[in-house]
Design a protein around this ligand. Structure first.
Ligand SMILES: Cc1ncc(COP(=O)(O)O)c(C=O)c1O
Length: 372
């Protein structure tokens, strides 16, 4: 059996005619920048999420960058995030002019540890604490676990919180939108995401109308109307063509998310029988399983064996950010973030998407050795 990591083709084949129609309508309209399709997608996605405003962007990285800019990050301001994420999270901090500061994750949730964040903030003297101008929490693998607890801490310290939901479209906490638990929430529509474009795209979700207006202005050359620019800014607009495609795919997002959750449950049932410690599923945190990640022993052998039987896997992520050559200048060393380092050695991502079948999951689980 051949099981790709994400089967985009099978997904798109199911509504290919709707996509073709959407693309055709953009070509017929001859309007490729901004306009109604972008507004329509923003309104639809805001309704889906349960947030007041969605502002379409050119990518998830740019969404983070502009969220930081709206918070006026500049001139070496400290921004705290985790070393266990895709580099875009920390890159955006540097792009905005801030300084990257890492805090370790929790071993079980894989997300920023509230205890470690609080411990770090408590360890700072008053002058250093003043330098901390934002925290970016990452809803890794689609899980918002502890976002609410991190938000309580950042509110207590008066530090704004950005929630990187690049992997978490539709995640909820206590049945409330995760956008209620941060000052700004950013999304990526990279093709393989739970909601993916046919290229790069992203968005910011925000309840504060002033921040929304500012985001709309700075994503589009700082303009308020044609050729009127109160500020110099950036070009981080969402392509009209991507918006039209995303609007079609948005109709299916909730079904795909439900399918992902059901698939994760089946994985858990089959893998627990083999002794694996599986991802948590509970009522409080609605995880949307962008990735289904387990910890394994003898990872290289498992990857090769599964690959030989047609199953693609991934590692998210194999080298923690604080140990990346790009961040050598920050002066971190091995051993600084033990939970993240241990995870990076043991984690393995198995195929999951909105269409994976029970038969495929059974096939994959059969191939995995017992965990002992
Ligand atoms: C956690 C996280 N943050 C940010 C990004 C950046 O998004 P994009 O690739 O759309 O720039 C990604 C995805 O690639 C991601 O997984």
């Amino acid at each position: 059996m051949n099981i790709p990591f994400v089967n985009l083709k099978r997904m798109h084949d199911r509504f290919r005619n709707e996509i073709d129609e959407a693309v055709k309508s953009i070509i017929d309209s001859n309007n490729y920048i901004m306009g109604k399709p972008v507004e329509q997608f923003e309104t639809g996605f805001a309704e889906y999420l349960g947030v007041k405003h969605v502002i379409g962007m050119s990518s998830g990285t740019d969404a983070l960058f502009l969220a930081l800019k709206v918070l006026n990050i500049h001139n070496g301001d400290w921004v705290i995030t985790v070393p266990h994420t895709f580099i875009a999270t920390s890159e955006a901090i540097t792009m905005a002019g801030g300084k990257v500061v890492f805090v370790d994750v929790d071993k079980k949730s894989s997300n920023m540890s509230p205890t470690k964040l609080e411990h770090y903030l408590n360890s700072l003297d008053a002058k250093s604490l003043k330098k901390v101008k934002a925290v970016i929490f990452v809803n890794l693998y689609g899980s918002p676990e502890d976002l609410d607890n991190i938000y309580s801490i950042t509110k207590k310290y008066g530090i704004p919180l950005i929630s990187d939901a690049a992997q978490a479209h539709g995640a909820r906490i206590d049945n409330k939108p995760i956008t209620d638990f941060a000052d700004l929430t950013t999304y990526s529509f990279f093709p393989g995401k739970n909601l993916g474009a046919f290229g790069d795209a992203g968005a910011v979700g925000v309840n504060d109308s002033e921040k929304a207006d500012k985001l709309k202005m700075i994503r589009n050359h700082g303009r308020t109307e044609k050729y009127i620019h109160p500020v110099e800014a950036f070009n981080c607009r969402m392509d009209t063509l991507q918006a039209a495609i995303l609007d079609v795919k948005l109709r299916y997002l909730e079904d795909w998310n439900r399918h992902r959750i059901k698939s994760a449950k089946l994985y858990n049932t089959l893998l627990e029988k083999k002794g694996y410690d599986t991802p948590t599923l509970d009522e409080k945190y609605r995880r949307v399983f962008h990735l289904y990640v387990i910890r394994v022993k003898d990872r290289e052998k498992i990857i090769t064996d599964l690959g030989n039987k047609g199953v693609s896997t991934g590692i998210h992520y194999p080298l923690p950010l604080h140990l990346q050559p790009a961040y050598e200048y920050l002066g971190y060393k091995k051993g600084d973030f033990p939970a993240c380092e241990k995870l990076s050695e043991e984690i393995l991502s198995l195929p999951i998407d909105g269409t994976i079948t029970e038969e495929e999951i059974g096939y994959i689980c059969n191939l995995l050795p017992d965990y002992k």
